[in-house]
Design a protein around this ligand. Structure first.
Ligand code: PLP
Length: 400
């Protein structure tokens, strides 16, 4: 699907056609995104919000158009609920830090799940250490499905926030986030969703979900690296302390007292990544032209096909068998080390990821050192699945 839009995919590695299946780590960029960023630097590059001159005004306008594009993409109620960050990691750190500093004290509790990316574990651990709060963990079963029936019993009057991933980057599980939010809200507990693996693969409507915070990265959705989004409901953002101090986030500064700027600028200290925001807007428009539902359908077909084919390989075990899954397949073969398999796949032109995928607790849960992970995007094909399967078979024969 639209493969010709991605110039990087035309190349060969080790004289083999590149089969890029590391999309959960980062997706490739279509030419329109590369062109939009090039055009920005060639024509209107300048610092925003502070300038009276023409270029500064144009760059400011483009930056704010990008914000409104994100607003519409996730259906946020207001554009000022969209805060630009460097990526999902910074977005989650922002929530943990600002929500935490404002609302979390000694003895309070935070609930995450056992399938979180380290980005949605460590910031909360920092906060717990700082504040004397407690981290509680919702487990998942052998198929990689969250034990939702245990959520209610984890919530106490001390629970201040639930922070879970929308889609697992390792298991592929699409979590029942609407249900999680319903349960948490019934106890007046807000919910933050880590949408890093969701936004490029399924429609996301933050108002329909009624989530309180939603975090994601541009580079996993065909946009550039260095830009991400933290969506937060206005009511929370207005109550929260700022993240970093500096230019743009202030209203007035004296040595005695500083007052803060209005939303969204209160959370955007310093010069933002204007060119990257323009690239992100172009990526969103690109996906919308194809249709997120069409992308989802295509990836679902690849997932079914690849799962079926890989399962036929002797000794291959798939980790993550939830009924509702994104196009991510983590696997091991016999007792082969995932790194060895990954290197042999690479030499056949197949790019996969190996290791713990920044989810060490998942590896501990299964008692394994890591997995080989193939993850799919809109430009992948059935022929590439065949190439993956053939490469895995060849690697297995060489190693066993
Ligand atoms: N959350 C999930 C589920 C992820 O898969 C990732 C990246 O792999 C992140 C957070 C962190 O994203 P970034 O490194 O773009 O900040």
């Amino acid at each position: 699907m639209n493969r010709e839009d991605f110039p990087i995919l035309e190349q060969q590695v080790y004289k083999k056609p590149l089969v890029y299946l590391d999309n959960a780590a980062t997706t490739q960029k279509p030419q329109v995104v590369i062109d939009a960023m090039k055009r920005y630097y060639e024509t209107i590059n300048s610092n925003i919000h502070r300038g009276v001159h023409c270029l500064s005004q144009q760059a400011t306008e483009e930056f704010e158009i990008a914000r409104r594009c994100v607003q519409q993409f996730i259906n946020a109620a207001h554009d000022y609920e969209v805060i630009f960050t460097r990526g999902a990691t910074e977005s989650i750190n922002l929530v943990a830090s600002c929500f935490g500093r404002t609302f979390i004290g000694e003895g309070d509790e935070i609930i995450i799940s056992a399938m979180e990316h380290h980005s949605n574990i460590v910031p909360w651990q920092f906060l717990c250490e700082e504040r004397g709060a407690k981290l509680k963990v919702l487990p998942f079963d052998d198929d990689g499905v969250l034990c939702l029936d245990q959520l209610e019993s984890l919530i106490t009057p001390r629970t201040k926030i639930v922070a879970v991933t929308h889609v697992s980057n390792t298991l592929g599980t699409c979590n029942p986030v609407a249900e999680i939010i319903r349960i948490a809200h019934a106890h007046n507990v807000p919910v933050m969703l880590d949408g890093a693996q969701a936004v490029a693969h399924q429609p996301v409507d933050v108002q329909a979900l009624d989530c309180d915070f939603y975090c994601f990265s541009g580079h996993k959705m065909y946009g550039p690296m260095g830009i991400g989004v933290m969506y937060g409901k206005e009511a929370w953002l207005n109550q929260m302390k700022p993240y970093q101090g500096g230019g743009e986030m202030i209203s007035t500064v004296t040595f005695e007292k500083t007052t803060y700027n209005e939303l969204p600028f209160k959370f955007e200290a310093g010069t933002p990544a204007v060119g990257d925001a323009i690239g992100l807007r172009t990526a969103i428009e690109y996906m919308q032209q194809i249709g997120i539902q069409n992308i989802a359908r295509h990836e679902e077909e690849l997932l079914q096909y690849a799962t079926e084919k890989l399962q036929q390989i002797n000794g291959l075990r798939i980790y993550g068998r939830a009924p509702h899954k994104a196009a991510v397949i983590s696997f091991l073969i016999g007792n082969l080390h995932p790194y060895d398999v990954g290197v042999l796949l690479d030499h056949q032109g197949v790019a996969v990821r190996t290791g713990h995928h920044c989810t060490q607790p998942i590896m501990d849960r299964f008692g394994i050192p890591g997995t080989v992970r193939a993850s799919f995007a809109l430009y992948n094909t059935r022929e590439e699945v065949d190439a993956l399967v053939a490469a895995v078979e060849r690697a297995t024969n060489m190693l066993m």
